[in-house]
Design a protein around this ligand. Structure first.
Ligand SMILES: Cc1cc2nc3c(=O)[nH]c(=O)nc-3n(C[C@H](O)[C@H](O)[C@H](O)COP(=O)(O)OP(=O)(O)OC[C@H]3O[C@@H](n4cnc5c(N)ncnc54)[C@H](O)[C@@H]3O)c2cc1C
Length: 472
């Protein structure tokens, strides 16, 4: 059958570069119908009493969809933006514009794949095929040296074999022209208020993250070509303060404004033109973790959302865990290094990788709070939230996922002194500590959590109070 009209269903692939569904639809169809659906289920309150999508990410997604619409318009097309359940909207639009097929990128987490199944079933009743593409990873699953079910549960074993035996496919070019039906209905971007928030977009500050493919490409160019920051990534990547210690590409990757593959090939080009070193390799190494967690989600499915993970292990919980959880969320534990990180998250939607590891470990191992609550909180707040990267990392730290080491423990005191020796990060986010000499703040770090409790540094206390109780 020659396909004449193809509906391109955009989800977390908000880009025109290296977007196979868009290019193939343009090549095969007379008309394409590009659609993005704001699904109300993504803006609801969860069973953990958190939002599925907080305001930082919502704003980023709105900007990304707006940018995609503009790019498609520049190529002669447009983007139909609708609100509702995709399983109702996609078939309705497919029918209205006589679509012969619907194209979309396959997801891995259960809620996303369930929506695809519902859409597929509804389309089937109309005799329309939903075609699945792969576009969120470096590697296609067919190009891995093992079937999904045999992928090792230890990253290093996966990485070594993949590095030896698999290759990353080339990128797809952006289409040069988009032809849409002449009667494609006009549509506008919803506002944050339409999505259920009370604030307007310009009241939200998200550090330096503006959504959209154009901004993502700008950041990539900045990090590689304009500044050569890539050249020292391995040395700086554990930083905490500012925009430049790591690539900060994660929000654009999560919304699919950039494809991991296009980053891979840009790094390879950089290596050819400006030289390869440990740092250029290391960014690819870190990006491989992202692939890994996605493949792990395909392997273990919904087990990543369970307290017991796929290792079927239970966690020790404090009796007053909800009180601890509240203090942690609000950056009021009394441990400056933890609180500064949480305040950064609450204020900007971002936290460094070092910060994430520490606050997660502290919540689980020191405060003895159910890790699932922490993961759900991150799901709301993170501007770069992606199901497999978030729940995979949390399960790892909770010891119920892919960490091969039993009972890994982050010593928060040591971590704070190693990574924030002058307390610059802490003072940035806790300005009330500004005038306190950093060695005095470090003195607080030098006590174990139990000792802090003995000395009366209690959860929820304000900083000046907490410091006053320091012995000596
Ligand atoms: C508890 C916890 C929760 C996390 N939740 C998320 C999440 O929801 N979304 C997310 O993108 N990352 C998550 N991460 C991974 C990591 O912290 C972020 O990807 C990173 O901090 C983003 O900053 P960057 O782009 O500057 O990273 P860089 O250091 O520049 O790394 C480049 C890219 O590699 C990938 N990457 C790096 N580290 C990891 C990792 N450990 N796991 C998976 N991918 C990685 C990311 O795509 C990142 O953008 C989480 C880590 C922890 C410990």
């Amino acid at each position: 059958m020659v396909e004449k009209n193809i509906l391109v269903w955009f989800r977390n692939d908000l880009r025109i570069e290296d977007n196979e569904i868009l290019l193939e639809a343009c090549e095969k169809a007379t008309n394409i119908i590009p659609v993005y659906v704001f699904d109300p289920r993504y803006y609801e309150t969860t069973t953990y009493n958190t939002l599925k999508t907080g305001i930082f990410r919502a704003k980023f997604i709105l900007e990304s969809v707006a940018n995609l619409k503009k790019s498609l318009q520049n190529l002669g097309g447009d983007l139909l933006i609708l609100q509702g359940k995709p399983e109702e909207i996609i078939p309705e639009i497919a029918k209205k514009y006589n679509a012969d097929a619907v194209y979309h990128h396959r997801e891995v987490a259960s809620e996303e794949t369930e929506v695809s199944t519902l859409v597929e079933d509804a389309l089937w009743k109309l005799k329309i095929n939903l075609k699945h593409f792969i576009g969120h990873t470096f590697y296609h699953k067919e190009d891995l040296p093992f079937p999904i079910k045999d992928i090792p549960d230890v990253f290093t074993a996966f990485r070594k074999k993949v590095e030896r035996e698999s290759t990353v496919r080339p990128c797809f070019k952006a289409p040069t022209q988009i032809i849409i039906p002449s009667n494609l209905e006009p549509s506008a971007l919803p506002s944050l208020i339409n999505l259920g928030f009370t604030a307007c977009a310009d009241e939200v500050t998200t550090a330096n993250f503006n959504g959209g493919e154009s901004e993502g490409l700008k950041r990539l160019k900045y990090y590689l070509w304009d500044t050569d920051l890539l050249k020292k990534y391995k040395l700086t990547r554990n930083g905490l303060l500012g925009m430049d210690y790591s690539s900060k590409l994660s929000p654009w990757l999560a919304a699919g404004c950039l494809s991991p593959r296009s980053i891979y090939w840009e790094i390879k080009k950089y290596e050819r033109e400006r030289g390869a070193n440990d740092s250029t390799y290391w960014l690819i190494f870190e990006l491989l973790w992202r692939d890994y967690f996605r493949f792990m989600f395909k392997k273990h499915g919904t087990k990543y959302f369970l307290e017991t993970g796929f290792k079927n292990k239970t966690q020790d919980l404090a009796e007053n865990q909800m009180q601890h959880f509240e203090a942690w969320k609000n950056g009021q534990t009394g441990i400056p290094f933890i609180d500064a990180n949480m305040i950064e998250l609450n204020t900007t939607g971002f936290m460094s990788n070092r910060g994430r590891q520490n606050v997660a470990s502290f919540l689980i191992k020191d405060l003895k709070v159910n890790w699932v609550l922490g993961a759900a909180y991150f799901e709301e707040k993170l501007i770069d939230y992606s199901p497999s990267s978030n729940w995979g990392n949390w399960a790892y730290i909770a010891g119920v996922g892919n960490d091969p080491r039993e009972d890994r423990y982050f010593n928060i005191i040591k971590q704070a002194t190693d990574y924030d020796p002058k307390a610059e990060f802490v003072k940035h986010w806790l300005p009330q500590l500004k005038n306190i000499p950093h060695n005095k703040i470090q003195a607080l770090f030098n006590l174990s959590t139990t000792e802090l409790a003995i000395y009366g540094v209690e959860l929820g206390k304000n900083y000046p109070n907490a410091l006053v109780v320091l012995p000596g």
